[in-house]
Design a protein around this ligand. Structure first.
Ligand code: BJW
Ligand code: ZN
Length: 236
């Protein structure tokens, strides 16, 4: 912990990649692991364009339920610590795979959302994208004013990440002196590849997670524990 604190003090550019584990202490379920969302449901049945084409009702019921969980969730000390870190580091980028909006709620400004947002919807017919906070939707699947079917504004398996966001994330990983990987199982690509990009571009890479991942032995420092506890300690 002391070594990482020192690296943090010295670094002029810091990039952070977060995953579902960062929001676990806010009561938001993660995907993998014992209490994960994929324990009850297969990802292929819910988080792919094919699943949505086959059964939009099923997919939307799942997202509507997750939206209702998120509506009750608040940022935890880990989210707040990252927002505070942004104020202290001259060049700071927060890259998140999360779609819950909790980083923004905690006050983070420079957030790159790789996998979209739970609070956005996109029309399959007119392709208009917009912010919708309403829960539950009056009809499932919800409809656009144009009559088209709305889909969640997230990135499913097999879909490309938003190119401008990905480019910015890759640039941040390349130029970071210190790269933090927090609360992600690091199995979903291309997001998981950012740690390797940062490492091969010369960054020190630090992982914070309650359990080891397949990144843990390729990086400079692994800090084991909940991010809601370790992050506030790290910036103290
Ligand atoms: C704590 C904690 C606490 C718990 N404190 N820690 C074979 C090889 C390589 C790649 C592929 C392949 N086959 C297919 C692919 C591609 C695929 C992929 O990577 N698949 C792998 C799973 C094999 N990737 C894609 O399809 C991506 N697109 C793509 O590649 O496009 C190519 C393309 C180009 C051009 C045209 C077309 C296509 C898209 C990936 C989209 C992922 N989407 C999801 C759903 C988003 C919407 C939604 O939420 O519903 O994103 S899947 C899901 O996984 C979600 C997450 O963002 C993502 C990552 O999960 P995350 O955050 O790591 O969560 P968990 O649950 O896995 O881990 C939690 C961690 O927290 C654990 O480690 C815990 O220990 C830890 N933890 N409590 C600290 N308190
Ligand atoms: Zn429309």
């Amino acid at each position: 912990m002391d070594a990482v604190r020192e690296w943090l003090r010295q670094a002029n550019s810091v990039a952070v990649l977060t995953g579902a584990g960062v929001s676990a202490e806010s009561g938001v379920p993660t995907f993998r692991g014992n209490n994960g969302l994929w324990k009850q449901r297969r990802a292929e049945d819910l988080a792919t364009p094919g699943a949505f084409a086959r059964n939009p009702e099923l997919v939307w019921e799942w997202y509507d339920w997750r939206r209702s969980v998120l509506a009750e969730a608040n940022p935890n000390p880990g989210h707040y610590a990252l927002a505070e870190l942004e104020k202290r580091v001259s060049n700071f980028t927060l890259i998140t795979q999360n779609i819950d909006g909790l980083h923004e709620l905690a006050g983070s400004r420079n957030v790159l959302r790789l996998h979209g947002s739970m609070w956005r919807v996109r029309c399959l017919a007119c392709e208009q994208e917009r912010f919708v906070r309403r829960i539950p939707f009056p009809t499932i699947p919800p409809k656009c004013e144009c009559g088209g079917t709305l889909r969640p504004g997230v990135v499913w398996f097999g879909e490309a990440l938003p190119q401008d966001v990905w480019q910015a994330a890759e640039n941040a990983a390349r130029s970071a002196e210190l790269f933090l990987v927090i609360g992600t199982s690091a199995v979903v690509y291309p997001a998981a590849g950012l740690a390797q990009i940062a490492k091969s571009s010369g960054a020190r890479v630090v992982e914070i997670n309650i359990a080891e991942t397949n990144l843990s032995d390729q990086i400079d420092q692994f800090l084991q524990g909940p991010s809601g506890e370790l992050l506030p300690q790290l910036i103290a």
